[in-house]
Design a protein around this ligand. Structure first.
Ligand code: GLY
Length: 336
């Protein structure tokens, strides 16, 4: 990732966890943050490379993106007597990465942060780009910082322990990027089954990350272009919030959030690709409630709601619409 003095290396491969010190500066103290559902061996392998280390486990799930868990993590960093020249390492999915990155940005006004994503979703999207956040006052990602990691290590071996549904949900973020920006990658995902993609995951992850890298390098703080990475997320967040924690995975909500934002021709290809990878294409929940929660999620944006639309796979537009227009587009598609 080329961002001047905030540039960092993203390494993708197999068997990398035990070699973390080849990629990160670990001749110092490191607090490795993971969650209680990730095989402990992953955090242990990374931690074993650091000179002085501890492992800190948070509960699995979106509930850990909270002020209480953030406070406890900062307390742990202080208890470990980390100094500004030490580091924290996230070994986990998007929740672990978002929380740990935010804690790193705050502790002593910023210490080094490394990210080792263990979910496909984090590998193809959230582990790079520097967005860190917790949820607060019922609003997703409302407290956060742009804080780039110092390095990202993607070890595809860890995908072997990831359930199929999690793989599909992660793949959806790659489908999102391909739909807005890379017709060739879309064609590949559209034409391959999930097993085929898994047999060459490194290539697929690299292609998705290259899209994100290009976007973030041009618009690190999301003043314009970076908004395209939110394709499907506006309604998706509302569906996620209204369905209740853990009922639908984030990637599944993004799948449902993308559909109303496409032209009929683009949607046809998107639906067949989502179906191929066992991602949902129909929503049976309360769409009006999801739309209402989207408004709540976006209430900070008085000028309207930014939506990303895809008329032709591989290309997209950013439009600002009123709350009523947004509701009309979503209701128009889901028909309730
Ligand atoms: N996941 C969207 C972004 O990083 O901007």
């Amino acid at each position: 990732m080329e961002l001047g003095e905030r540039s960092y290396k993203i390494t993708i491969g197999c068997g990398l966890l035990r070699r973390a010190s080849d990629f990160f500066r670990l001749e110092r103290a490191a607090l490795v943050v993971t969650d209680d559902n990730i095989p402990q061996i992953y955090a242990e392998s990374v931690a074993s490379c650091a000179k002085r280390r501890e492992i800190y486990k948070i509960p699995e799930g979106e509930g850990s993106k909270s002020i209480d868990t953030l406070s406890a993590l900062l307390g742990k960093m202080a208890e470990m007597k980390l100094t500004r020249s030490d580091c924290v390492i996230a070994v986990g999915g998007g929740v672990v990465g978002d929380l740990t990155g935010l804690a790193a940005s705050l502790y002593m006004r910023g210490i080094d942060f490394y990210n080792v994503p263990t979910s496909l979703l984090a590998m193809v999207d959230s582990s790079i780009g520097g967005k860190t956040a917790i949820n607060h006052a019922g609003i997703k990602n409302i407290v956060g910082a742009f804080y780039q990691p110092r390095g990202v290590l993607i070890d595809t071996d860890v995908l072997a322990t990831l359930p199929e549904r999690h793989i599909a949900a992660g793949l959806c973020e790659a489908i999102k990027m391909a739909a807005t920006s890379d017709e060739e990658l879309f064609r590949y995902i559209e034409g391959a089954d999930t097993a085929q993609i898994l047999s060459s995951t490194e290539d697929m992850i690299a292609r998705a990350l290259n899209i994100k890298k290009r976007v973030v390098e041009q618009d690190e703080r999301e003043s314009g272009l970076r908004k395209i990475l939110n394709f499907g997320h506006t309604l998706g967040h509302g569906i996620e919030a209204s369905s209740g924690e853990g009922v639908l995975y984030h990637g599944e909500c993004v799948a449902l959030g993308m559909l109303p934002m496409c032209s009929p021709k683009a949607r046809e290809r998107l639906i067949s690709t989502l179906k191929r990878h066992r991602l949902p294409t129909e929503y049976h929940g309360d769409i009006a409630a999801a739309i209402a929660l989207t408004m709540h999620d976006k209430k900070a944006n008085a000028g309207g709601i930014d939506i990303i639309t895809v008329d032709c796979i591989g290309k997209c537009d950013i439009r600002t619409v009123s709350a009523d227009e947004f509701a009309g587009i979503c209701l128009g598609y889901y028909g309730k």
